[in-house]
Design a protein around this ligand. Structure first.
Ligand code: ADE
Length: 257
């Protein structure tokens, strides 16, 4: 069973975020154990300070290293033995981290123990990044007020990949990004809604034609919306054929045929 510990000043945010839907069910079914650890419990002194002024001056406060190291050590102690402790991934969530992707989620879903550290204020003492974290992860090129929402995003994306977490695991293979392309468009009843029709191929019952149409849509959407992903995608001979068909179709449309 995967264990996820989240070190945070706001455990209630994590607890509220993991109580519902697929993640909530995965916890109830024992596929994952998620603990929110209050960082302040590991702070010293009467005021239990978890932040302080930056050396060298400057605006804002920096999160102190000692409570974070102690909280991580507490989380590791719950591992069955020293080898398991060494296997734990200690993930600092910060905007300066490596960009989080579906392939990172797939990799983390194979692990046994994740310890997530939620940063706050102007940042975290750099010794946490340099000497404690095994990974530093950013969920995108924007700055949030803290690492709690990024931690919940990471948890959600990892837990849904755990065996047994979702009813139809075949659908995971159809996810956007699962094979480096965006997902294909989905439709459900009614067949016609306010004059907008479902593409007729999806009603044809021809499974081969449906699979080809879906793949072609994945290629078309990824090429137009995410050229960065498209440039990196591994394409099969069949994909290249579908792209040629798209090209022909586009040329015909442009010339009004
Ligand atoms: N903390 C603040 N902003 C963040 C981001 N973009 N990713 C991860 N952690 C963060």
């Amino acid at each position: 069973m995967l264990r996820i510990d989240v070190i945070t000043l706001f455990p209630e945010v994590i607890e509220a975020g993991v109580g519902y839907s697929i993640v909530g069910r995965a916890c109830a079914w024992g596929l994952v154990q998620i603990r929110a650890i209050q960082l302040r419990d590991f702070a010293e002194g009467k005021h239990k300070k978890t932040d302080d002024e930056p050396y060298g001056g400057g605006a804002g406060l920096v999160m102190k290293p000692e409570p974070i190291f102690k909280a991580v050590e507490f989380c590791l102690q719950s591992a069955p033995d020293a080898a398991d402790q060494r296997k734990a991934r200690i993930i600092l969530l910060e905007p300066q981290g490596r960009l989080y992707t579906q392939s990172t989620a797939q990799e983390l879903a194979q692990q046994e123990h994740l310890v997530l550290i939620c940063g706050h204020y102007e940042g975290v003492d750099a010794r946490v990044r340099e000497h404690l974290a095994t990974d530093v992860v950013s969920i995108g090129d924007y700055v949030l007020t803290g690492g709690e929402l990024p931690a919940l995003i990471l948890i959600d994306s990892v837990v849904r990949l755990l065996p047994g977490a979702i009813h139809s695991p075949e659908s995971l293979a159809q996810d956007s990004y699962a094979d480096g392309l965006l997902g294909y468009p989905q439709y459900t009843r009614p067949e016609q809604f306010r004059g907008m029709r479902v593409p007729s191929v999806l009603l044809s019952g021809n499974h081969g034609a449906i699979a080809r149409w879906r793949r072609k849509e994945q290629l078309r959407l990824t090429r137009s919306l995410r050229p960065d992903l498209f440039a990196k995608a591994c394409l099969s001979q069949e994909d290249l054929q579908l792209l040629r068909e798209l090209q022909t179709h586009d040329t015909e449309r442009q010339s009004g045929l």
